[in-house]
Design a protein around this ligand. Structure first.
Ligand SMILES: [Zn+2]
Length: 416
């Protein structure tokens, strides 16, 4: 069945201006025509709404296989589509961890059965993410993994990391690091500083991430591997990445919407929905991340969607697990704070959350134009979304935005 989206405003990566047009999607799911006064059946009136290319999240924990009580591939896909996200990369820290070609294949089969959106697979750097022996690189590369990472663990031994990067370079795979120095992080729960002292919680110093970033960048420079750094949280880390880029290092980085929007000052009364890895840092760090997003030091936005059950997150702050659901609040929260207030436009969000992340893992960017597969969401800027059980499709109703209203509403996500 054809579908016609009438009177829409179309957002693009290369212009802050919105283009007024109708969009006709053919019964094969491909955009037939973009233009004025198109006639057709099955009309959706999009007056006042913006059509935005589908987002792509580089950093998602879907928990299947092994922790389906937290999330499944099917609920993760529902959440992604609900949040305007039409593709993502699955982290390999499942049970079992994805560290061989056969496990990549079985996860791809599960995705094929459960998910209406592309979910690309990342493989481990080391066997079982234990940081001791190399994982099965060639088998995983043959099965089409798009990145290699031990997920939330840093490879502890620099020599092993060096060998990981050498192999990854030869297989043309990006090495992804969630930078952390366990000897400094210890059992920390929040940023080390005023708030950790005030709340009486163990702190995670900024240097825990910064030292690991410095090391990984240096090993990438030495080996020539392509390095992607996850969840940058401090101004100093960003400066190190900027310096590395200036000398031609093959490095990219991501920030989360939470770290762009919140700081340690926002942590409400021991609310574990604010317990993130890395932790929320200082307001000056948050502001530096936004500046880095605007000046292109930050390449991509990625949520680190890390669902846990409400029961698990109901533990005391020090012992609750790190991470919260992110897929359904990313676009809305960034619209609410930044796009609505003119800090940046849809074009920047599309570049950072749709184009760049796809490019980092070798995928073609998507755009709303004739001949392309329909891949966009319908956004109502006048709408409002209450983040609650009625809205969320993820199993994990844990979010700093839970119970709050965000400006704008995603009416529908269209994919093929
Ligand atoms: Zn993660």
């Amino acid at each position: 069945m054809e579908r016609l989206f009438k009177n829409a405003s179309i957002a693009r990566a290369d212009s802050p201006e919105l283009e007024k047009a109708d969009v006709l999607v053919g019964d094969d799911g491909v955009i037939k025509e973009v233009g004025k006064d198109i006639a057709g059946d099955a009309v959706s009136d999009c007056a006042g709404c913006v059509l935005v290319p589908g987002m792509f999240d580089l950093h998602v924990h879907a928990r299947e296989p092994g922790a389906e009580h937290k999330e499944t591939l099917a609920t993760c896909a529902d959440a992604a589509l609900n949040g305007g996200i039409t593709g993502l990369v699955l982290m390999p820290d499942t049970s079992p961890p994805i560290d061989t070609g056969n496990l990549v294949k079985s996860l791809q089969d599960l995705v094929f059965e459960a998910s209406p959106i592309p979910m690309l697979v990342a493989g481990c750097l080391t066997k079982r993410r234990e940081g001791e022996k190399l994982a099965g690189f060639s088998g995983m590369a043959n099965r089409g993994v798009v990145m290699l990472t031990d997920s939330d663990r840093t490879v502890p031994c620099p020599d092993l990391l060096r060998r990981c990067m050498e192999y990854a370079r030869d297989f043309h795979l990006v090495v992804t690091s969630h930078c952390d120095t366990p000897a400094l992080t210890k059992a920390g729960a929040v940023n080390e500083g005023r708030v950790s002292y005030q709340l009486g919680l163990p702190g995670i110093p900024a240097i825990s991430q910064e030292i690991a970033i410095d090391r990984d960048i240096r090993v990438a420079q030495h080996t020539g591997a392509k390095l992607h750094l996850q969840q940058i949280s401090t101004a100093h880390a960003l400066r190190a990445i900027s310096d590395a880029k200036a000398t031609g290092t093959n490095v990219t980085c991501e920030v989360s919407p939470f770290h762009l929007l919140l700081s340690e000052d926002d942590i409400e009364d021991y609310n574990t929905a604010y317990k993130l890895d890395p932790p929320l840092r200082l307001p000056t760090d948050r502001d530096a991340l936004l500046k880095g997003l605007l000046d292109d030091t930050v390449d991509a936005i990625a949520t680190n969607h890390a669902p846990h059950t409400e029961f698990e997150k109901a533990a005391d702050f020090a012992s609750a697990p790190f991470g919260v659901a992110g897929l359904e609040t990313a676009v809305l929260s960034l619209y609410d704070r930044f796009i609505k207030n003119g800090v940046f436009g849809w074009d920047l969000l599309i570049r950072k959350y749709s184009v760049a992340p796809r490019e980092i893992v070798g995928q073609r960017p998507v755009a709303i134009q004739e001949g392309e597969k329909a891949n966009f969401f319908v956004f109502d800027p006048e709408g409002e979304t209450k983040v609650d059980a009625g809205y969320l499709k993820t199993k994990s109703h844990v979010s700093p935005f839970l119970g709050k209203a965000l400006a704008g509403a995603i009416r529908e996500t269209v994919l093929g």
